[in-house]
Design a protein around this ligand. Structure first.
Ligand SMILES: [Mg+2]
Length: 313
């Protein structure tokens, strides 16, 4: 595997392992996890799944990669998402045990209309983290594109399900952060670069600019200094983005970063999946514990997908 292939492996395993670490305690409160912290890859709990079982976050990430193997075709991506929803395609155990409300609504709409450009929900209350959690493959797909082209693709792919501009902008922010890490920037530099690129995009459109207050914590440049009590970990896309950057900046290993994300509570698997992708990139695949990789369900299939995806770029 070449260098980019190694980065793909690091990002994707980093994401899926974060997801699997969080699945057993999804919806648990922070106060519960303070007393009973997750310290390893455990099984059962919320969904009664074996250790190493990943959820919708990883499934939809794999569907996006699988579709990109055939080139970028928006409706084909949405079709694979529907296959996941209806037929448990790219699931850990041939069973889809969770789905977000906005994602379910949008995929039902796509199933009827076959138009991924109009399937996503545009409402301000439909800004869950459901597109952010599956967007990582676009860092690799768009790395050599112009900013305009990259933004257009991120917007389209988020909008299959999450079409409000806040979700789109959160995905764009995350991809710029990921690309900086792929380019071997350290995490502080990557944070600066993502903030600068994000400000540039906001400046291109008045509707985008109006979203700036929602990204206040991120754009302060000082999010790492917030106390844990100022970091929320619900399913709201802004909370997930803030929590992810906060965990990445405040912890110094892959393990500490994803466990911190899980132990914030609430949307444990998704927060850990989102930051897990970034932490995988930052620390590298070799710094993800072998025991966690070995426990990950369908790890050989995931590895093969990463290799095929690397080859397709
Ligand atoms: Mg999930």
């Amino acid at each position: 595997m070449d260098k980019l292939g190694q980065k793909i492996k690091a990002a994707i395993f980093g994401l899926a392992i974060g997801d699997a670490l969080g699945v057993p305690v999804e919806f648990k409160s922070r106060s519960y996890l303070e007393v009973n912290p997750v310290t390893d890859m455990i099984g059962y709990g919320t969904y009664m799944q074996a250790a190493g079982t990943w959820s919708d976050d990883s499934s939809l990430t794999f569907c996006l990669m699988q579709s990109l193997l055939m080139g970028y075709k928006l409706n084909e991506i949405a079709k694979l998402f529907v296959r996941w929803k209806n037929d448990a395609y790219w699931t850990a155990h041939d069973e889809r045990f969770d789905i977000g409300i906005t994602t379910a609504d949008a995929l039902n709409k796509f199933d009827k209309t076959k138009n991924a450009k109009t399937s996503g929900n545009t409402g301000e209350t439909s800004n869950g983290n459901g597109s952010l959690m599956r967007i990582m493959p676009l860092a690799f797909h768009t790395i050599n594109m112009s900013i305009d082209e990259r933004f257009r693709i991120i917007k389209e792919v988020s909008s299959i399900t999450h079409a409000h501009i806040r979700s789109v902008l959160a995905c764009y922010y995350y991809i710029e952060f990921a690309i900086a890490l792929i380019n071997d920037e350290n995490k502080y530099q990557a944070y600066k670069i993502a903030n600068a690129k994000f400000q540039d995009i906001l400046g291109t459109n008045d509707i985008y600019k109006k979203e700036k207050p929602h990204f206040y914590h991120i754009l302060s440049g000082d999010i790492a200094k917030l106390s844990i009590n100022e970091i929320e970990s619900s399913g709201y896309v802004i909370h997930s983005l803030e929590a992810s950057v906060w965990c990445l900046l405040n912890k110094n290993t892959y393990r500490e970063t994803v466990l911190q994300a899980v132990n914030l509570g609430s949307d444990t698997d998704t927060t850990a999946a989102i930051v897990g992708g970034l932490a995988g990139l930052l620390y590298g695949y070799k710094n993800i514990a072998d025991i966690w990789v070995d426990k990950l369900v369908r790890k050989d299939d995931i590895l093969n997908l990463c290799m095929a995806f690397a080859k397709s770029l």
